[in-house]
Design a binder for this molecule. Structure first.
Ligand code: ADP
Ligand code: MG
Length: 333
């Protein structure tokens, strides 16, 4: 028995709108990158900025898609030569390689030969043969990505699924700034981008999806001018022979990550980093993620295991948990 479950789990953004504010707002829903995206911007330039953001999302989707055969990524994946690509493709790939190094390859865009076998983005995902996983892992291990003069060459295949929405968020942030939008909130699947504060100058409230019941939220984080990105196994999974398999792959084993973390949230004003790290931490587990947090500054996190919620000190007081069955741990440097 196989059943696919794609939870359109838009991390609930609870916007307690400022009733007294006279700021006009503009909201748009966009289906792109396999998810429903919602943009709400405030102020006189809101509509124009939202339209520009919509165009940028579609442009990036057409560059980064692995299903569209004309995309930059498909051309890189089907060729063994240097391919001329857009400057956005160069930027996202160089960032991805940097973050792979930083996380000892827990985040690894070259994992595509393995994710392809699992078929999460296809109609019939299934557990691949163990031998096929081993041979795909060899391709991943020997994969080399080179960037030179606006061109990219890759000996294996790449998949930007774990970083594309974060990079998109960073481009939208730039558009909003250029348009003079001071307050905006974007929900791109598990990624939430907060521009400034709410129009009444208070913090936004971001609901973090409950990893054991994705219809519900486990708690609310107060935040402003940052990205809040959650990676969870509940986002995309299938059941085969009574076992649930999710879409975040441990590049060491070729199987869905089993680190003990069931939800990893990263809070960081570097939107691209927030997205990639949330995937990496889901793979690395609590101990390694805490080590990374101690080594690199500039982000906060909420890591959830079956029984505990670990929250870094700087956001500890901003997170209100709804489920008392978890023990709460404050992470200190
Ligand atoms: P989502 O896209 O559901 O918000 P993530 O940002 O965690 O979740 O990205 C998961 C996607 O990234 C997978 O669907 C797959 O395409 C790709 N992926 C899976 N495992 C890894 C990994 N270890 N490193 C980089 N990308 C991965
Ligand atoms: Mg991610």
């Amino acid at each position: 028995m196989k059943a696919i479950k794609i939870t359109a789990s838009i991390t609930a953004v609870i916007m307690i709108l400022c009733m007294s504010s006279c700021q006009s707002s503009h909201t748009t829903d966009i289906f792109a990158m396999d998810t429903v995206m919602t943009i709400t911007a405030y102020g006189s330039q809101a509509e124009k900025a939202t339209e520009l953001a919509d165009q940028k999302i579609r442009q990036l989707e057409s560059l980064f898609s692995v299903t569209d055969s004309d995309s930059d990524i498909s051309r890189i994946n089907s060729s063994s030569e240097f391919e001329q690509v857009d400057s956005d493709t160069i930027s996202i790939i160089s960032r991805a390689l940097e973050i792979s190094d930083m996380t000892e390859n827990a985040f690894d865009i070259t994992v595509r030969p393995v994710t392809k076998l699992w078929g999460f983005t296809e109609k019939n995902p299934h557990v691949p043969d163990a031998e096929d996983i081993q041979s795909a892992l060899k391709t991943v291990d020997s994969c080399n990505v080179e960037i030179s003069d606006g061109k990219v060459k890759c000996t294996g295949e790449i998949d930007l699924g774990a970083i594309a929405k974060g990079y998109t968020a960073s481009c939208i942030r730039a558009i909003m700034e250029q348009c003079g939008v001071k307050h905006a909130v974007l929900s791109l699947g598990g990624n939430v981008l907060l521009i400034g504060t709410k129009p009444d100058n208070s913090s936004w409230n971001v609901g973090i999806t409950h990893p054991k019941n994705s219809e519900d939220i486990i708690g609310i984080l107060k935040a402003k001018d940052t990205s809040v990105v959650t990676s969870g196994g509940y986002e995309r999974s299938f059941v085969q022979d009574g076992v649930t398999y999710h879409h975040i792959i441990d590049p060491e084993t070729g199987y869905p990550a089993d680190s003990g973390i069931i939800s990893a949230t990263v809070v960081c004003s570097d939107d691209t980093l927030a997205d990639a790290l949330s995937t990496a931490f889901f793979v690395s587990g609590v101990d390694k993620s805490v080590q990374y947090w101690q080594r690199y500054s500039g982000f906060d996190m909420i890591l959830i295991t079956d029984s505990s919620v670990y929250i870094t000190e700087d956001i500890f007081d901003d997170f209100q948990i709804n489920d008392s069955s978890f023990s709460v741990v404050k992470l200190q440097k």
